[in-house]
Design a protein around this ligand. Structure first.
Ligand code: PLP
Length: 388
């Protein structure tokens, strides 16, 4: 087979820039390099118009008003802005925040920080797929609850939270709801009103746009949602996030939305077929495994699997033909078992043997077949070594 190795199956970490996004961005480095905040000349006007067009594309893509989009450096910053910004703004109302233990580190670590500064953080229980129970959420909301933050779909497992139900409960109880939707937007059809959330984090590099750019959606409602800026300065983005706008990245982000909008349906069908084929092939080969992704409801591109008695570090050094991750990128660096899986009730051993396959727009059928072969061969070899 003539595939380029290692085959990239780590698209939940980041994606390749779509070549047409790159092409679209190019003129903004060398020709239209103005600062959108420069109001006195054509360079500034062109930049401002381009940013405004990109903002419209992003808003259109997720079904909101461009006024509800605030550019950030990515979802980590959006999560920080949402959590810290709301916590500071609503401190007089209360200091209680509800979340889940399977959130991305950029939420968990920010909540840890808030906890040290006097906020009371309540992590809901989750089931074997990391899913919270809306009834428990309902019971956990107190007089002093100011915010609920639950992700849309998990980066490690691709499992979905009952976001619509959560938002209904929050709105009934008059509590703000933030959802980190980084793994959903650009990957599956997503409209802000389907989620009902008040604040939504987005990142461009998870769906074939450039790295270092993202947004926080803040719903325009009455009473107005108050968010305390975490970066102060020139008053950009309505004073919420100062700093000269990264124009090439923003136009690329807009273009990435446009491309996803046009391709999302076909892409999902294709990726669902590929991941199903992988899973079925592993099962046909009689490899001992546990599927950590929810079989009934997972991101089409994501398969999280624990291989029986195979340490994921050993697997990855054996399966050199594929680029995958165990747990999240951050936890694989620290060699800890995935906290997402241990929080979901998996044993440390099972969490240590988990591998995440995340396919993407540029994954081919040939690459999928190659990956299947590599995995089966590697697992069989490692299992045999275990027996000795
Ligand atoms: C990747 C990711 C983030 C961080 O996004 P950046 O734009 O890289 O900062 C946050 N949350 C989830 C669920 C992610 O997958």
């Amino acid at each position: 087979m003539s595939v380029k190795t290692p085959v990239y199956l780590d698209n939940n970490s980041t994606t390749q820039l779509d070549p047409s996004v790159l092409e679209y961005m190019m003129p903004y480095f060398l020709a239209y390099y103005g600062n959108p905040a420069s109001k006195s000349h054509k360079y500034g006007w062109i930049a401002e118009e381009s940013v405004s067009l990109a903002r419209n594309k992003i808003a259109n893509f997720i079904g909101c008003s461009p006024k509800e989009i605030f550019f950030t450096s990515g979802a980590t910053e959006s999560n920080n802005l949402a959590l810290r910004g709301i916590a500071e703004a609503y401190l007089k109302k209360g200091n209680h925040i509800i979340s889940s233990p399977t959130e991305h580190k950029s939420v968990i670590d920010t909540l840890d920080y808030l906890s040290k500064s006097g906020f009371e953080i309540n992590y809901l229980n989750v089931d074997e797929y990391g899913i919270v129970d809306p009834n428990e959420l309902k019971k956990s909301i107190k007089e002093n609850t100011i915010l609920v933050s639950i992700m849309y779909t998990n980066n490690e497992t691709g499992n979905f939270q009952p976001v619509k139900q959560i938002s209904e409960i929050c709105s009934e109880k008059n509590v703000l709801f933030h959802t980190d939707s980084t793994q959903a937007i650009g990957k599956i059809p997503f409209k802000v009103n389907d989620t009902g959330a008040d604040l939504i984090s987005i990142s461009s590099h998870k769906f074939y746009g450039p790295k270092g750019i993202g947004a926080l959606f803040i719903r325009n409602k009455n009473p107005k949602i108050r968010v305390i800026p975490q970066i102060t300065g020139g008053g950009h983005e309505g004073g919420l996030r100062s700093g000269t706008l990264n124009v090439p990245a923003i136009v690329g982000f807009g273009k990435a939305c446009e491309i996803s909008e046009a391709n999302i349906g076909d892409e999902n069908l294709r990726l669902k077929n590929f991941t199903n084929k992988m899973l079925n092939s592993f099962r046909d080969a009689k490899i001992g495994l546990t599927l950590n992704s929810n079989p009934k409801n997972r991101l089409p591109n994501t398969l999280n699997i624990s291989f029986d008695n195979i340490d994921s570090a050993a697997f990855m050094s054996e399966a050199k033909g594929i680029a995958v991750s165990s747990g999240s990128a951050c936890t694989s660096a620290s060699l800890e078992p995935s906290y997402v899986l241990t929080a979901s009730g998996k044993t440390t051993e099972s969490a240590r043997s988990s591998v995440r396959f995340s396919l993407g727009r540029f994954t081919t059928e040939e690459e999928t077949d190659f990956a299947i072969e590599v995995v089966i061969k590697s697992i069989k070899k490692l299992s045999k070594e275990n027996e000795i």
